[in-house]
Design a protein around this ligand. Structure first.
Ligand SMILES: Cc1ncc(COP(=O)(O)O)c(C=O)c1O
Length: 392
């Protein structure tokens, strides 16, 4: 008898996952001790603040190793709500917060709760590589709306309006965006909120990089349309805590009730000692955010300075975050060939922009969250590679 799987397995087997093959190849080469520089992933070479680690260890040693509430302890939900009020001015309480296993888990829960088979979800293209699968997991159809290079990767609001049909349920976006680093402007947010309001749509605003933006905040969609906006975030980027898997969704109370039901059958609560660590992390939020912000700013400026005059490539200036896009079209190579050739000859791994959508075809993404000496070395290798291409 043939073995069969559910339709879900096809919905989540999206194109984006191939792009990571080169990254994993680079990771394996590094593990074998080879001279490889990995700039293909956004996981800074920073340690989680010691006070956060101490809080986790203390909680674990004191026996905080049992089941917990499925969407987080009240004290942590309170602390997340307080952070959101400070960031956006939107009046929320713990009842508006679900603590989940990272922004990624929040995207998945949001997707499952907002749309389903026969319905559409719009997402701004380019988008983070996991979006197609996270949206597809609900059975809904992903509709891409361009945030094209020609507008500096800001959304085309006319195209957004035109993409809405009676089947559309939600708009997914990230601000600051990965891979472009673009922060939606006040005008972008006004336009998107207006479209969502008129068509009765949800907005899912992924703000995982908001803490790295200037002042630790970005123009807020939730402040404009609180009854229809979910704000997602985590401690991954702001506190160098990617491996801890702590994040949240902030939204209307009825959404949180549904999120709790999903979390109960999917997650069953984050470990208590992780939640205690998260509380310690939020208590030092401003300090942590300002240090990662400075860290990113210094490295962005360094990378920009080192690469800006390289023949055949053009850099896009990111508003915030840890990534920069490089337009490689003038090299005459496909981006797949560009990243492959760079890795094979100079042992530097970047990510093919095509992994993020149609609008970033012709671009590659460099992550500059690495040691400065390593960035200087990587930039020299990229310059050498481009000079060879230019020389034919
Ligand atoms: C835009 C975006 N959303 C979500 C995630 C996942 O973040 P988390 O570690 O909070 O799950 C990432 C990770 O790089 C990201 O870039």
């Amino acid at each position: 008898m043939t073995r069969r799987f559910s339709p879900l397995v096809d919905w989540i087997a999206e194109e984006g996952s191939d792009a990571w093959a080169l990254h994993w190849e680079a990771r394996n080469a590094l593990a074998r001790g080879e001279d490889v520089i990995i700039l293909s992933v956004g996981d800074p070479d920073l340690d989680t603040p010691p006070a956060v680690v101490d809080a986790a260890v203390k909680a674990m040693r004191s026996g905080d190793t049992h089941y917990t509430e499925s969407i987080g302890r009240p004290a942590l939900r309170d602390a997340v709500a307080a952070m959101h009020v400070a960031r956006t001015g939107q009046a929320v309480t713990a009842a508006n917060v679900a603590v989940l296993a990272g922004t990624q888990n929040g995207l998945f829960v949001a997707s499952l709760c907002l749309a389903g088979h026969g319905e559409d979800v719009v997402a701004l293209d380019p988008m983070y590589t996991t979006y197609p699968a996270a949206i597809g997991a609900s059975g809904a159809t992903l509709v891409r709306v361009p945030a094209p290079a020609s507008t500096g990767f800001h959304p085309d609001l006319a195209a957004l309006e035109a993409a809405i049909t009676p089947r559309t349920r939600a708009i997914f976006l990230a601000t600051p965006n990965n891979p472009t680093g673009v922060i939606l402007s006040e005008a972008d947010c006004d336009g998107i909120a207006d479209i969502a309001r008129r068509h009765g749509l949800w907005i899912v605003s992924d703000e995982v990089y908001a803490g790295i933006a200037e002042g630790g905040r970005v123009p807020s969609l939730a402040a404009r349309l609180p009854e229809r906006t979910l704000t997602l975030g985590s401690l991954s980027k702001s506190h160098a805590m990617t491996g801890w898997r702590v994040g949240w969704v902030i939204g209307p109370e009825d959404f949180i009730v549904h999120a709790e039901n999903v979390a109960l059958c999917m997650l069953y609560g984050l470990p208590g000692f992780i939640q205690e660590a998260a509380l310690a992390a939020l208590a030092m939020r401003e300090e942590a955010e300002s240090s990662i912000r400075d860290y990113c700013r210094v490295r962005r400026d360094l990378m920009f300075r080192e690469l800006k005059d390289t023949p055949g490539i053009r850099l896009s200036w990111p508003d915030a975050g840890m990534f920069m896009l490089i337009d490689t079209r003038a090299t005459g190579l496909s981006t797949g060939d560009f990243v492959r050739g760079l890795f094979d000859t100079e042992r530097v791994s970047l990510l093919d922009g095509a992994a993020f959508g149609r609008e970033t075809e012709g671009f590659v993404r460099v992550c500059f969250a690495a040691e400065e000496a390593q960035l200087l070395d990587a930039a020299a290798r990229i310059r050498r590679y481009c000079a060879r291409i230019a020389a034919g």
